[in-house]
Design a binder for this molecule. Structure first.
Ligand SMILES: [Zn+2]
Length: 283
């Protein structure tokens, strides 16, 4: 869910000698969702443009190191890009008398806005069928994978193939169900199948560890609470069949901050779910 992209680039002085502005070849993620392009002008300015073809907000962090610019390096800039936006995220200047500019740049990105504010009046519904209950094996402030930025995440132990329902409405912005692999080690971390949903308050919901071919929605689809969106599994870094659910706000291109969710259950009108318990789904 996080792509880290790095290039290394040496500014050729020949480019500066030309009359009209020149652009470097865009450096893009594999899916072409996010691109970086550098514009070099005869006035010795380097404009760093980041563009997004994503259908929801993304946040990028551009890191530039090197020497012989008027601005101090290294520098890191974080910005949220709206859908289909192209933004001049950084400008560096070079004095003609200075030695040749040397720059290395890399960017990271992730779904979500760093300006999103969670609607704390919003209610979440249990992500499984009405009348069913599944034990919570990891809750807020849980073990290693539910700490730090990921502190407000929930794990529901459930058999592979259990229908997963949307806990909150929103737009599906990313899915993966091509993976067949999972296991109790960090080496499986990139192999989780998942559904990513953008909520109306611009926070992002993640449903993870879904089974192979276990996604039942399409990117761009708007789902209501309770809609069946997929089927649970055991892909990715997982010690047993379960669903991982979290809502987060983006901090920067690398980091997210998970947010506590309050649920409606058969037992409670509004409750923070606790580890070791099982709650019955309503609605
Ligand atoms: Zn988890």
């Amino acid at each position: 869910m996080l792509v880290f992209f790095a290039t290394s680039w040496l500014l050729a002085s020949a480019l500066l000698a030309q009359d009209k502005p020149e652009y470097t070849e865009p450096s893009c993620t594999d899916d072409k969702l996010v691109c970086l392009q550098i514009q070099l002008t005869t006035a010795n300015y380097s404009y760093f443009w980041m563009s997004s073809t994503a259908r929801a907000e993304i946040t990028v962090t551009l890191e530039v190191s090197g020497k012989n610019t008027l601005e101090a390096l290294p520098v890191a800039v974080t910005e949220t890009l709206e859908p289909a936006q192209k933004l001049n995220i950084l400008t560096l200047r070079h004095a003609p008398a200075m030695p040749e500019v040397e720059i290395q740049e890399q960017f990271s990105w992730g779904w979500g806005s760093n300006k999103a504010e969670h609607d704390n009046t919003s209610t979440y519904y249990l992500p499984y069928e009405i009348g069913k209950s599944y034990p919570i094996t990891n809750a807020y402030n849980g073990d290693s994978t539910h700490s730090g930025d990921g502190v407000y995440a929930l794990d529901f132990a459930m058999p592979i193939g259990t229908p997963i329902r949307a806990a909150r409405e929103g737009m599906v912005i990313a899915t993966k169900d091509s993976s067949t692999e999972g296991g109790p080690s960090n080496k499986f971390a990139d192999m989780a199948n998942y559904i990513t949903i953008r909520h109306p308050d611009k926070t992002i919901g993640i449903y993870a560890h879904l089974k192979h071919l276990g996604v039942a929605v399409k990117v761009g689809q708007y789902v209501k609470v309770g809609a069946v969106i997929g089927y649970s599994g055991n892909t990715g870094f997982s010690t047993g069949p379960h669903l991982h659910l979290e809502t987060y706000r983006r901090i920067d291109g690398k980091r997210r901050l998970t947010i506590a969710m309050s649920f409606v259950t058969a037992e409670y009108p509004r409750v923070i779910l606790e580890r070791g318990k099982a709650y019955k789904a309503v609605k």
